[in-house]
Design a protein around this ligand. Structure first.
Ligand code: PXG
Ligand code: PLP
Length: 438
């Protein structure tokens, strides 16, 4: 689009954006293909973030576009309540073939945030269905991100996302986060120390009584909050404590799903199986919005064996939308045909080596990585947390590389089709930016 034909920027109130600064100096992309965006002036920008952790198969996948086009012409919409279409069942069946054994009942939503709300409600309904109706508490974790709706905000633990919006859900408590444990700096892969932080769940059980707690939700690897990895043994311990006290374990795999860590899901990567899993983003390669909750057979059956009639009073107008199902099926085809989850695992060592070369770059105080995700933490500027990393983000953008920043952490999550020269370019651009920012 020629710059002279730009629409007014006044009316679109942008999400999680400094609207005034953005509109004074906008960054607008117009096209994307493979590893690259093109901005409205025709400049190419290498995508080091898979968009927003979501375009796992790379941009502009014709198979997905064609499948969506065909689907919209054949069946644009089907009411999802008391009616179905084959695509929803096909996608649920295909998904259940790549999830951990026992997790094979799929409830569709339209985003990660909706998947989280769905999982929390399913957990409450499950406890009630098995005669444990006093279990209404939900446990999250500090620095967790579970989307922006009221449930996810409440169990989430990012203060800026909570402080303007009142008390949130009642009956929520939080585990401590796992960041900053001594001895973990610059660990490659899972950090060695901190498994005992899972015992926070035991303390909350002691504080509130086990018969009050329905579920605990965590990101197996926290993405938005700056790539915080689970210490070795942490998730196993959380699983054990939850099981022992009749508490459901929910993994929010919105970022970690679909190959990001070199396995289909973090559950498989870490060898820990939750009772419910939230997914979104990579489910459709972000071409059409979609989220889902994947429930264990036990959770599903407890609810769906209730009295005849509607078993769960929950659902969205666009649950299992035909276009999203078509996009999801085409995306899973690409992942399988191109073996992209295996490819992520194969590229991980080169990615790890490249990002850790930044250890001696200015301002860097920690580097964390697993699979094809990395966090590069910077020392904050005095009095202005986040400013240094955001300046580095702008510098990378000007140099033609898209990264993601959160606080003073630069997060990398390239599409799984990334090649070594792309990685080298991303890392070299970050180094240059760090040498330039004050
Ligand atoms: N759970 C997790 C673990 C996520 O990462 C959501 C839920 C919400 O998904 P939706 O589709 O409702 O956005 C996410 C989303 C960032 C950033 O700053 C990350 C996300 C979204 C927006 C920004 O890195 N993750
Ligand atoms: N608000 C109103 C007035 C509605 O009628 C509906 C759905 O019918 C919703 C909100 C929820 O919308 P959705 O199903 O797209 O989440």
């Amino acid at each position: 689009m020629p710059a002279t034909n730009l629409p007014s920027l006044d009316h679109h109130w942008m999400p999680f954006t400094a609207n005034r600064a953005f509109k004074a100096a906008p960054r607008l992309v117009a096209e994307a293909q493979g590893m690259w965006f093109r901005d409205i002036d025709g400049r190419e920008i290498l995508d080091g973030a898979a968009g927003l952790w979501c375009v796992n198969a790379g941009h502009g996948r014709r198979e997905i576009a064609d499948a969506v086009h065909r689907q919209l012409l054949a069946l644009d919409f089907a009411p999802p309540f008391q009616l179905g279409h084959p695509g929803g069942f096909a996608l649920a069946e295909r998904l259940s073939a790549i999830t951990p054994p026992g997790l094979d009942r799929v409830f569709f939503a339209n985003s990660g945030s909706e998947a989280v709300e769905t999982a929390l409600k399913v957990a409450l309904a499950y406890q009630r269905a098995i005669g444990q109706g006093t279990r209404t508490r939900l446990i999250g974790r500090e620095r967790g991100y579970h989307g922006v709706n009221f449930g996810g905000m409440s169990v989430g633990g990012m203060v800026a996302n909570r402080r303007s919006f009142g008390p949130g859900l009642p009956g929520v408590d939080h585990l401590r986060h796992t960041h900053g444990v001594p001895g973990n700096l610059f660990a490659r892969g899972q950090p060695p120390h901190g498994a005992e932080l899972a015992d926070d769940l035991e303390r909350l059980v002691a504080l509130h009584g086990p018969e009050t707690i329905a579920a605990v939700i965590v990101e197996p690897l926290a993405g938005s909050t700056g790539v915080l990895l689970p210490p070795v043994g942490y998730l196993e311990r959380l699983r054990e404590i939850a099981t022992r006290h009749g508490i459901l374990l929910i993994f929010d795999e919105v970022i970690t799903g679909f190959g990001r860590l070199g396995a289909p899901f973090a559950a498989q990567k870490f060898g820990v199986t939750p009772d419910l899993m939230c997914v979104a983003k990579g489910l459709t390669n972000a071409a059409i919005p979609m989220g889902a909750v994947i429930a264990s057979r036990a959770v599903h059956d407890a609810i769906v064996s209730g009295p005849a009639g509607i078993e769960l009073f929950h659902g969205y107008t666009y649950s299992a939308h035909p276009a999203a199902c078509a996009a999801g099926l085409a995306t899973l085809d690409i992942y399988a045909r191109e073996e992209l989850f295996e490819r992520a695992a194969a590229m991980a060592p080169a990615f790890e080596a490249a990002v850790h070369r930044l250890a001696d770059a200015p301002h860097v105080i920690d580097i964390r990585n697993l699979g094809l995700v990395a966090g590069i933490e910077l020392a904050p500027r005095d009095g202005t947390p986040g400013a240094r990393a955001f300046d580095a983000y702008l510098d990378c953008w000007r140099e033609g590389v898209l990264v993601r920043v959160t606080g003073d952490i630069i997060a990398l999550s390239p599409p799984l089709i990334v090649e070594e020269p792309h990685i080298d370019r991303i890392v070299a651009t970050i180094r240059l930016a760090l040498e330039r920012v004050g």
